[in-house]
Design a binder for this molecule. Structure first.
Ligand code: FE
Ligand code: CA
Length: 521
């Protein structure tokens, strides 16, 4: 997608519209013009900010602002109730909530071809600073969002507060965790996958009114509309910048690279995945290009928070080997020798090399992996509980953990979603099981709403796994406070999935910098 083309379209459709000059002469970054007229909302007769606003992927001088023009989140034609017409919006960034001190503003296309999504990379901001932002089109003004730039790379920041969350099956109930996350006002939110699920159903405010699982771009846009119309989710996006990765359900359950869950679904899966990736890009404030011509999308990227932390955002879906042995739960590894094939990959060769280089080269205190599936070995005897997670890719896991061990990469914290349970465990090289030196810690956040797998482990003796903490029952998120000395995490759980449900801290864990291992406190 070429933004210059849309600047042309935009000038053509709005007449004498003044575009602010980009300070560096390139397209797509901020302007400092505060005089640009608000583009007209031609043909839009109701609030087009029905999906709210968001920001994400901050660096020390810029942040990505997002919105998507939608009047009707449940429109089934892919156009959100505003038709296949190009639009544009005005955006503003201010140092105050009342927008008296606007420090950057400009115009940005909202082209039909990208679902009227808007991604603005606002450049020239101050490092380690909080801002407010909003969008305008015609007489409509968006909700106000708060965001924050990262500290300067050499800034010895003394604290980062972050929340991480995953797995929000819409039809499971109210997302009662989000108001509590909003109250926390974290610096950063990491979302670790399963932001949408491909399943239709439900009713009322939690309905996903698709006839069947989504296949087309219009279907996936409706899916995101059904999810993102939630006021609590919108408030959580508006409180802090998010850093988002995906897992499987953004396309479909347990797909692996180009292979769908069921072999029968192979015809057309390419097109389905392409539509899902496009919709993912359209609905998040990602500092990455839209999908390439071949439909691929580079989601893995890194982000730095001064000298305190470097976050490596991983993509464990797009490049992975297909799951072994029919992708069954409770696979007997004696009956599935291919599980140990050396060439099985979770990240793909290129991402694996990028991660190795990033981890070994990082001088940040904490090296964080923001990723999808459980890395800790959940293997009882010969039984591998779930071959969709890293347990189905033991050679790839060993390569990663050995690199951490042999290169002496310290203070590695793996943050994980996927499993709809909370937990904390040491990761020992090379198999992430009970033997070997501790080289990293893993913190697993429970689901926002997706049902747990408690029945799968009911009655099993999990003590051989050596988990520091596990909760297979509750929903919620994790709230972490990171300092140069300590990584401290509270596992927040909600009473139930109803509006206004109370929250409490189920467990607190700590990792001491320089001392591998996580412990309950
Ligand atoms: Fe999930
Ligand atoms: Ca998943």
């Amino acid at each position: 997608m070429h933004r210059r083309r849309f600047l042309g379209l935009l000038a053509g459709s709005t007449g004498a519209l003044v575009l602010g000059a980009c300070s560096d002469g390139s397209s797509g970054s901020s302007t400092t013009s505060t005089t640009a007229a608000v583009p007209p909302a031609e043909g839009i007769d109701a609030d087009p900010f029905a999906l709210g606003v968001a920001s994400g992927d901050p660096d020390p001088r810029s942040v990505v602002l997002w919105t998507r023009l939608v009047v009707d989140p449940l429109a089934d034609d892919g156009w959100g109730g505003i038709g296949e017409v190009d639009h544009a919006v005005r955006w503003e960034v201010a140092t105050d909530e009342g927008f008296d001190d606007v420090v950057a503003s400009g115009l940005e296309p909202a082209p039909a071809e990208l679902g009227h999504s808007v991604h603005v990379t606002v450049d020239g901001l101050a490092a380690g600073t909080g801002y407010w932002y909003r969008f305008q089109i015609g007489e409509f003004t968006s909700p106000v969002g708060r965001t924050r730039t990262a500290p300067a790379d050499d800034d010895a920041v003394d604290q980062l507060t972050l929340a991480f969350a995953s797995c929000q099956l819409r039809t499971a109930g109210a997302w009662s965790a989000y108001p509590h996350l909003v109250d926390d006002e974290p610096d950063l939110v990491l979302f670790l996958g399963d932001y949408v699920y491909e399943y239709p159903g439900g009713e009322g405010e939690t309905a996903v009114p698709l006839d069947d699982e989504p296949q087309t771009l219009a279907d996936y846009r409706l899916l995101y509309g059904a999810y993102k119309r939630d006021a609590g989710l919108q408030a959580a996006h508006a409180v802090a910048p998010w850093v988002v990765t995906w897992d499987d359900h953004e396309v479909e359950n347990n797909y692996a690279a180009g292979v769908p869950e069921d072999d029968d679904d192979a015809p057309g899966f390419d097109e389905r995945r392409r539509a899902a990736y496009q919709a993912f890009w359209e609905h998040h404030p990602l500092r990455i290009d839209p999908p390439a011509d071949d439909g691929s999308l580079q989601v893995h990227r890194s982000l730095r928070w001064g000298t305190l932390a470097e976050v490596f955002v991983l993509d464990g879906r797009q490049f992975r080997s297909d799951q072994v042995c029919g992708d069954q739960v409770a696979t007997n590894r004696r009956e599935c020798p291919e599980i140990d094939d050396e060439d099985r990959t979770m990240l793909g060769a290129e991402q694996e090399a990028w991660l190795d280089e990033g981890l070994t080269g990082s001088d940040a205190t904490w090296k964080v992996l923001a990723q999808q599936t459980v890395m800790k070995a959940l293997v009882l005897g010969d039984i591998v509980l779930n071959v969709d997670q890293w347990d189905g890719y033991p050679a790839a896991r060993a390569r990663l953990l050995r690199t951490i061990e042999q290169e002496g990469v310290d203070n590695v914290v793996v943050l994980t979603g996927d499993i709809h349970a909370a937990g904390a465990a040491d990761l020992r090289s090379p198999d992430a099981n009970a033997d070997g030196p501790v080289v990293a810690a893993e913190l697993v956040g429970t689901s926002i709403s997706s049902p747990g797998f408690g029945s799968l482990v009911d009655g099993l003796d999990l003590s051989p796994l050596g988990l520091a903490y596990a909760n297979f029952a509750d929903h919620g998120y994790a709230r972490c406070t990171v300092t140069p000395e300590t990584w401290r995490c509270e596992f927040v759980v909600v009473d139930d999935l109803t509006d206004g449900a109370a929250a409490s801290v189920d467990a607190t864990v700590e990792i001491a910098a320089g001392t591998p291992g996580v412990r309950r406190v």
